[in-house]
Design a binder for this molecule. Structure first.
Ligand code: ATP
Ligand code: MG
Length: 390
């Protein structure tokens, strides 16, 4: 297997994730899911594998929602997807299509457009398209699963382009559809946390709980054995010289914190530099990639998103991370509060507790058994220290 960090990988090149995917299919029996996890950990890869190898009785539809900026674009893309899907099966969407034509919608070269009238046509088109699909699909006895990648990103786009109200309406409609159709499931995921988008909507008095019928699932890094398998296959695929391949692969898995994305990067870097795969060379390429100004591992977002994620709490968040990056033990809430008092004007235990919770949800931090906080991923802690010159 060739290294391909960040690229589209073939389903056959997906290593591990079998147990996770089995659990996901089991959970989907009961309810819809939100897959949360750190960036670049392999969320999209997981849901693409689910699309490629659906469990018995399920019909998955995968859509990347990143490029949609309005509720109508979203609705039309779902419409188009369903139209094509049914077309392949020699069926048509009857109700949605009649309505679409009656509303003056047009299709030019496979591009479907609603007329630019004010009003919420998109709601009708979305509901009717899904109803058509459910209706046609019922005959086959399978249930329908939407795999929606980058949903939070799209909601943020809609919020910024059309306002909070429309973003809320999208969420409410999706929830209503889930509740009306018992055979319908949704899996949503994305590179930004949905809770950030919801928090911004709550500020505009959005009191609904639009996803509390969904089950949240975290995607962890690969299991260690799978990480080593991936590293081994990449070393072999890239024809690297590796006198003790298991040691080299174990070193790669360890340095990468078992993130598949970083494993691909390490092997690629060894290849480009013409280095043999051995633990010393692995350590050397990782050390140089972590200080590389081009940020090949895309780690800068851990720093750059902080003002946006924590707004008024940017300073305390930075101080907490700086502190934790320079100590090996987890730090208690009291110790962190004392540090903040010492280093700044910050003196509010409740605010700190709230901030720490958020930082945990955003995968910066993890609680140790003692209750104290530490970095969730040693690699990120190591990079933070370098990046901040600590
Ligand atoms: N199970 C896996 N086996 C092998 N390689 C993987 C696996 N999962 C992820 N990768 C590698 O990591 C890269 C990133 O994975 P993916 O795009 O799925 O992450 P993501 O969590 O969706 O990222 P983002 O947060 O940016 O959306 C892939 O391009 C691939 O190189
Ligand atoms: Mg992704």
């Amino acid at each position: 297997m060739k290294s391909n960090p960040g690229g589209q990988i073939d389903v056959k090149a997906v290593i591990g994730r079998d147990r996770l995917i089995r659990t996901l299919w089991e959970s989907i029996e009961q309810q819809s899911l939100i897959i949360t996890a750190e960036r670049r950990i392999g969320k999209t890869t997981v849901i693409k594998k689910m699309r490629a190898e659906p469990a018995d009785g399920w019909m998955p539809v995968f859509q990347d929602l990143e490029r949609f900026h309005t509720a109508a674009e979203f609705a039309m893309s779902v419409y188009k997807e369903i139209h094509e899907f049914l077309g392949h099966k020699g069926k048509t969407m009857r109700r949605a299509k009649e309505w679409f034509t009656a509303m003056g919608g047009t299709e030019i070269g496979g591009l479907f457009k609603l007329p630019e009238k004010p009003g919420a046509h998109w709601k009708d088109i979305l509901s009717r398209a899904i109803e058509d699909l459910i209706h046609e699909n019922e005959a086959t006895g399978t249930r329908l699963l939407f795999l929606w990648d980058e949903m939070p990103f799209m909601l943020a786009n809609i919020r910024d382009r059309e306002g909070e109200q429309t973003a809320m309406e999208v969420l409410d409609l999706l929830r209503a559809l889930r509740q009306t159709h018992s055979a319908l499931r949704m899996v949503i995921t994305g590179s930004i946390g949905l809770h950030h988008v919801l928090a911004s909507l709550k500020k505009k008095n959005y009191a609904n709980a639009p996803v509390n019928d969904m089950h949240a699932v975290d995607v962890p890094p690969l299991d260690q054995a799978d990480a080593i398998t991936l590293a081994t296959q990449l070393i072999q695929g890239e024809n690297l010289s590796a006198p003790a391949i298991h040691d080299a692969a174990a070193a790669i898995a360890h340095e990468a914190d078992c993130f598949p994305f970083y494993i691909h990067h390490i092997v690629r870097a060894l290849k480009i530099r013409g280095l043999a795969a051995n633990p010393a060379n692995v350590a050397q390429v990782v050390a140089s990639q972590l200080v590389d100004a081009n940020d090949p591992w895309e780690l800068l977002h851990y720093r750059e998103r902080i003002p946006n994620y924590y707004r008024d709490e940017e300073q305390p968040a930075l101080l907490v991370l700086d502190q934790l990056a320079t100590q090996t033990q987890a730090a208690s809430v009291n110790a962190l509060l004392a540090m903040l008092k010492n280093a700044s004007e910050f003196d509010d235990r409740e605010r700190l507790l709230h901030l720490l919770k958020l930082m945990e949800r955003d995968h910066y931090l993890q609680r140790a058994d003692t209750g104290g906080y530490r970095f969730r991923f040693p690699l990120i802690s190591r990079w933070w220290k370098i990046n901040r010159g600590l």
